[in-house]
Write a protein that binds this ligand. Structure first.
Ligand code: M6R
Length: 369
């Protein structure tokens, strides 16, 4: 069952290149254009959409946060992302021109289901991104884009998250393609780069031994902080969530720019802080800002664990531990930067003697509100 691995989580982490490849399969045409016919929402309807709202919980919510950056960039449509459990209680503004995207691995999460029912009652169209064929959420949606991660058994979501990201990128790029935006050329390039993601995820998986070693050395730490900017911010939140769920440690993710507005007071001698560094190419302002953040926390005694692109030498002097990831376009970086955080949490939890597949107090699918 576990294919030679000690835990389903380890098996599922290792399956990510295939899960990503399977989710891309048949969706990029030979001409390099996306074909998402299965979505069954007419292009005419997609062209009329004037707002996108994403609802999801937990890890799927983090995928939604990343999707917002991609959707707004490539489609220029306003996109909101909200925790499904909060959504309907604030009486959200929705109409026929709103496209609601509900993201759920299981397709049975009650909070997400109630949010999508509320959205449909208001006349919005709902597109589900789901990993479970025939489950309730896709059945109650107007359309569905399935992720092909295969069954995910471990409570902590890993391969489902990566495939949710792929599905979100596909939707964002497809909307850009259908609606035609000024980013047409970039969209074509990114579609090609996305096709290379399985190979890049495989590459990261091949370099995880130092991450496991580092995790074991931190097994008695009392807390770990995670920082990121732009799409690295949801990645930081995801890294912290994995550590809470599995290692039962106090773990927090912050937008690096918020540090000076409060969280920097938490920094003390030897506190491990994981920093997800954006690519130095492209949006270099982001990169420079985060390098200053790393300097600030290091000057206050933090033990810095820096996740940065291959070839980015500027961060090296401030990194107590440097974890390298392949060069990727800024928006796609979460596909590779999340992997070390999954491995880190899994190994740290194991070192603390916890059962990673069945963390205490948690269920794989949360079917109550
Ligand atoms: O099945 P869903 O994707 O709707 O589940 C949503 C969350 O319950 C889920 O992602 C949860 O946060 C995971 N245990 C995270 O690892």
């Amino acid at each position: 069952e576990k294919g030679g691995y000690d835990y389903f989580m380890l098996k599922e982490i290792a399956e990510q290149p295939k899960a990503v490849a399977d989710t891309l399969l048949g969706r990029i045409g030979t001409d390099g254009r996306l074909t998402l016919d299965e979505v069954r929402i007419e292009d005419r309807v997609l062209r009329a959409v004037d707002k996108i709202v994403i609802v999801a919980c937990g890890t799927a919510f983090h995928a939604g946060m990343i999707a917002k950056y991609a959707i707004e960039h490539w489609t220029r449509l306003p996109c909101e992302v909200e925790l499904a459990s909060e959504f309907r209680y604030r009486d959200p503004i929705l109409d026929q021109q709103t496209l609601v995207i509900a993201i759920s691995q299981s397709g049975e999460t009650m909070d997400t289901l109630m949010a999508l029912r509320h959205a449909r009652e208001q006349g919005a169209k709902v597109l589900a991104i789901c990993n479970t064929n025939g489950s309730t959420i896709p059945r109650e949606s107007d359309a569905v884009l399935y992720t092909h991660a295969g069954p995910e058994v471990a409570v902590a979501s890993t391969k489902a998250f990566l495939t949710q990201l792929v599905a979100c990128y596909l939707v964002a790029l497809y909307l850009g393609q259908v609606r035609g935006t000024k980013w047409g050329d970039e969209i074509n390039t990114v579609i090609r780069q996305l096709a290379d993601a399985p190979r890049q995820v495989e590459e990261v998986l091949g370099t995880m031994e130092p991450v496991r070693e580092l995790a074991r050395s931190l097994s008695s730490a009392s807390a770990v902080l995670f920082l990121g900017r732009h799409v690295g911010y949801p990645v930081a939140l995801e890294g912290a969530l994995k550590l809470k769920e599995l290692a039962y440690m106090h773990a927090e993710g912050f937008a690096a720019g918020e540090l000076k507005h409060g969280p920097i007071a938490l920094i003390e001698q030897d506190l491990p802080v994981v920093v997800v560094v954006p690519s130095p190419r492209g949006r270099s302002v982001l990169h420079d800002k985060i390098v200053s953040n790393i300097q600030e926390i290091r000057a206050r005694g933090a033990r810095t664990i820096v996740i940065a692109e291959e070839g980015d030498e500027t961060v090296a002097p401030y990194a107590d531990h440097l974890i390298r990831i392949p060069v990727t376009p800024t928006l796609l970086q979460p596909l590779v930067s999340t992997v070390p955080l999954q491995v880190f949490a899994c190994e740290l939890a194991t070192a603390r003697g916890h059962e990673v597949d069945q963390p205490r107090n948690l269920a794989k699918s949360v079917t109550v509100e």
